[in-house]
Write a protein that binds this ligand. Structure first.
Ligand SMILES: C[S@@+](CC[C@H](N)C(=O)[O-])C[C@H]1O[C@@H](n2cnc3c(N)ncnc32)[C@H](O)[C@@H]1O
Length: 234
């Protein structure tokens, strides 16, 4: 089975190599899976477009929102959500689940000073923040990292915006099934949205089966489309 091969590679003899993407921002590459943590056309551009532009910006006028991220990974999305929260003076509770956290040696190799002058310091603080606890990073940003498997951990609820940032469906098909989208859908607030870089027809159908109204949107540089699901109030 593809998913168990994935788990063996990720869990046991995993080597993650830091690489520069086309916009100059860093990401990791897993040679054994031939998979990047972000688009090689630009990690920062992709995250800004998919998760900030098509996700967070929908909630610009709100004073408080809850974000749920699938895969904390490098912490880049979390960093961008922090910057967004301060820019818009919106209090963000950022919940992120991660099954295979980066080690200190690995995350210290990342340089996101392109995001802001204190980004690397902030990123270190986020990576070091205690798992499975709500940590107040700043007045506008609460970080709640959950260590574990999306498919088995009991999760909190009340999400306004979901960053669905798993590895590609070909690499990790079990995370893109309708049952997983349904689990998340049931924990979201009405009028909440889920954004993902993926634009596959089967993924869109799985989102619809889970209850979302799904739309195709313009993708980030290097990608024609992406998907956004909306939990419509009934
Ligand atoms: C495409 S990477 C993106 C990570 C992150 N959002 C970032 O910006 O770096 C996918 C992430 O999902 C994590 N992951 C894989 N399987 C998972 C699972 N079953 N439950 C939770 N996280 C998982 C991986 O370890 C990886 O960090």
């Amino acid at each position: 089975m593809k998913s168990s091969i994935f788990a063996i590679i990720m869990g046991k003899h995993l080597y993650r190599k830091p690489v520069k993407t086309a916009d100059g921002s860093d990401t990791f590459f897993i040679p054994e899976l031939n998979e990047h943590y972000h688009s090689r056309h630009g990690a920062l551009q992709e995250s800004c477009h998919v998760f900030v532009g098509m996700g967070l910006d929908v909630f610009k006028s709100m004073s408080e929102i809850t974000v749920f991220e699938v895969g904390f990974g490098t912490g880049l999305n979390s960093l961008l959500a922090y910057e967004w929260a301060h820019e818009h003076k919106t209090r963000v509770c950022y919940i992120s689940i991660e099954k295979y956290p980066l080690s200190e040696e690995e995350y210290s190799m990342l340089d996101y000073s392109i995001v802001s002058p204190n980004a690397n310091e902030l990123l270190g603080k986020m990576h070091k923040s205690v798992w499975d606890t709500r940590v107040e990073i700043s007045e506008y940003f609460i970080l709640h990292k959950i260590e574990g498997d999306l498919n088995s951990r009991v999760l909190p609820s009340g999400y306004d915006c979901v960053f669905f940032d798993a590895f590609a469906p070909e690499k990790q098909p079990d995370l893109w099934e309708s049952s997983v989208f349904r689990l998340i859908f049931n924990k979201m607030n009405c009028n909440g949205i889920l954004v993902t870089y993926c634009a596959k027809g089967q993924v869109r159908r799985n989102m619809i089966e889970a209850g979302f109204q799904a739309e195709r949107l313009q993708g980030p540089p290097g990608k024609r489309e992406m998907l956004r699901g909306i939990k419509i109030e009934v």
